[in-house]
Design a protein around this ligand. Sequence first.
Ligand code: DQA
Length: 146
Amino acid sequence: PTVLLLNGPNLNLLGRRDPAHYGSTTLADIERRVTGLGAELGARVRCAQSNHEGELVDLVHGAAELDGIVINPGAFAHYSIALRDAVDAVDTPCVEVHISNVYAREEFRHTSVTAPVMQGYIAGCGVVGYELGLRAVLARIAEAAD
Ligand code: DQA
């Protein structure tokens, strides 16, 4: 299977941005780790990041050809109906990841408008959440296949 690892706005700054919430691992490190785990588990991982809502929508549409998506929508999780509708519109199973425990933070982070269309949701596990997300989406793909 081929899985898209998709990161939303400001996640290109990981490693420098607010390390108390997000740690010191860079996005390049995360992409390497998830790609490496994919190789171990027999999956190909494609990586993309965008700060732009419409581009994320396009990337989700493009993933209709793929087998799964692991997405950290960043702040768009809290209000982007367009991104939610994009995930809803493709049949590709999608798992949402947040590095920080959004429920332990500001009230406006407690809502995810994208979560209801996801096959799974992971928050507060740090960057390991991306690896858990990959395992989860691969399990969904395997379930769907039998
Ligand atoms: C985040 C949580 C969001 O609230 C925030 O806007 C982010 C990162 C996380 O990974 O913890 O950009 O998605």
